[in-house]
Design a protein around this ligand. Structure first.
Ligand code: FAD
Ligand code: 2HG
Ligand code: ZN
Length: 481
């Protein structure tokens, strides 16, 4: 299944020697330097089981200082390093491509402070997203992001991928909620950008470089996050619709009628719904429809919100915009309905092989893309489906087959990327570039921009030891930029 490696050349890095392992053991101790073959396996393969590396050591530092010592050493020794958090990357960003040293942040999982007045959380990168959210809930706050992988992804991984998720519509991207970060550069330099202030216009805002850098510019070792207050009430509408035009109308109406309490607006087409209900044996709570939407409200006054949502639903049903729908208020009910959306990636994986496209395209052409792809592939695919963050113009186009099928793959790409470029969209809306998408960057970015990205990389990591083969296009391929 090492599909993506065939055409990639190993960089001119050193290979790990027994002396290197001894050095790491001396600094971290025996147990935080993993070399047992059986223990290494899980760190070398990605969540989708498509990219597999052959790293021979995993380092588990506990402090910034330890990371600084490790990187300084690796830089001098010319050893490549792959940072890894929860390993839920969907673009092969978190596993080595060859034998990179794996640097896991999982033991750096402490909350360092929380300020109840400002809502600013300061924490280490290895904190699991769901645990941070639980910590904040006890203090009447929440994390500004939420995603299906919350049980295993870590905040450092989220920030490094600039993860979007289910509530971006309401709380904005991490570029607005990360207030500060600390990062260790390739040569071991500790860069302290740990502001906890909302406003700071003292020149170039360097922290933004690390948000979405996917471990190629430095290792994030500390974060300051702006967290919103916990909403008193969450209500959820789950609705069925007969046409995509009606999906668009409903979104527009949700924005105007629900206004400031709208916290999520997701869409699921019939083929996606068949997958999650069929593959995971989940029950569909309403009648079967060509399209479904999950509309969530979060507000300060439960009864008001419920009334607003009820009125909204009643109106769109009376106007025949929506064919069927249900509303959930209790937390178990809300959770069960959310599962139909959140567990989609898990359900798709059960089909066999999954060709994943995380795209920004204009809302109006969401379903056109799915239809065009179906026409393009004919009978070749097991499933072609679309779902995603409608409220953010971000569709997840997924195609599955029993096992990897080269001719199917060649029909999908570059067709899909050309389609996206034609609509001025993005070939990676929220999952990042990682290893799998780097040679397609030019569909969404001009050469001049890729050139500047390369210069920034050279400035911060001149030897290129940090997460090589990721994000920047391969210079050894035909796409020399
Ligand atoms: P990893 O996968 O371990 O790493 C991600 C990248 O960051 C890698 O390139 C890694 O090298 C780098 N990295 C990790 N830690 C650091 C650090 N401290 N410093 C520097 N670089 C680092 N993404 C979305 O945007 N929205 C979603 O709704 C969403 N849902 C998902 C649902 C499921 C079921 C799954 C499996 C994935 C989903 N993802 C989603 C994709 C994924 O990007 C996120 O899960 C998450 O942001 C990755 O976090 P992680 O801790 O697993 O990081
Ligand atoms: C989601 O929104 C994730 O569920 C995963 O971003 C998307 O698997 C996908 O295509
Ligand atoms: Zn998503």
């Amino acid at each position: 299944s090492i599909r993506y490696k065939n055409h990639v050349q190993r960089g001119n890095f050193s290979t790990l020697q027994p002396d290197d392992v001894s050095f790491f053991r001396e600094k971290l101790g025996q147990h935080r330097v993993v070399t047992e073959q059986s223990d290494l396996a899980g760190y070398n393969v990605d969540w989708l089981r498509i990219v597999r590396g052959s790293g021979t050591v995993v380092l588990k530092p506990k402090t910034t200082e330890e990371i600084s010592i490790i990187l300084k050493y690796c830089n001098e020794r010319n050893l490549a390093v792959c940072p890894q958090a929860g390993n839920t990357s969907l673009v092969g960003g978190s596993v080595p491509v060859f034998d990179e040293v794996i640097l896991s942040t999982s033991l750096m999982d402490s909350v360092l402070s929380f300020d109840e007045w400002s809502g600013v959380l300061v924490c280490e990168p290895g904190c699991i997203l769901e645990k941070l959210n639980d910590y904040l809930l006890e203090r009447d706050f929440i994390m500004p992001l939420d995603l299906g992988a919350k049980g295993s992804c870590q905040i450092g991984g989220n920030v490094s991928t600039n993860a979007g998720g289910l509530r971006l519509l309401r709380y904005g991207s991490l570029h607005s909620t990360v207030l500060g970060c600390e990062a260790v550069l390739a040569d071991g330099t500790v860069l302290d950008l740990m502001s906890t202030m909302k406003k700071d216009n003292t020149g170039y805002d360097l922290k933004h470089l690390f948000i979405g850098a996917e471990g190629t510019l430095g290792i994030i070792t500390k974060l300051a996050m702006q967290c919103p207050s916990k909403p008193n009430a969450i209500n959820l509408a789950f609705i069925g619709l007969n046409s995509f035009d009606k999906v668009l109308t409903t979104f527009k109406r949700a924005k105007s009628d629900l206004g400031e309490i709208l916290s999520s607006c997701e869409y699921i087409d019939a083929a996606s719904m068949e997958c999650v209900t069929g593959n995971l044996s989940l029950k569909l709570p309403i009648a079967q429809s060509p399209f479904y939407m999950v509309i969530e409200t979060s507000g300060s006054f439960g009864e008001h919100d419920e009334e607003k949502l009820n009125n909204f639903l009643e109106e769109i049903m009376t106007e025949n915009i929506v064919s069927d729908g249900t509303i959930a208020s209790g937390s178990t009910q809300v959770k069960d309905l959310w599962a139909l959306r959140e567990r989609m990636a898990e359900a798709l994986l059960k089909d066999g092989y999954c060709y994943k496209y995380d795209l920004s395209i204009p809302l109006t052409v969401f379903d056109e893309l799915v239809q065009d792809m179906r026409t393009q592939l004919g009978e070749g695919a097991k499933r072609v489906c679309g779902y995603g963050h409608l409220g953010d113009s971000n569709i997840h186009l997924n195609i599955t087959s029993e096992t990897f099928d080269k001719s199917l793959h060649n029909k999908i790409e570059p067709f899909v990327y050309e389609w996206v470029a034609k609509h001025n969209g993005s070939i990676s809306a929220e999952h990042g570039v990682g290893f799998k998408k780097r040679d397609y960057l030019h569909y969404s970015k001009p050469n001049e921009a890729i050139g500047i990205m390369r210069e920034i990389k050279n400035l911060l990591d001149p030897k290129g030891i940090l997460n090589p083969y990721k994000v920047l296009p391969d210079t050894s391929s035909s796409l020399k930029l």
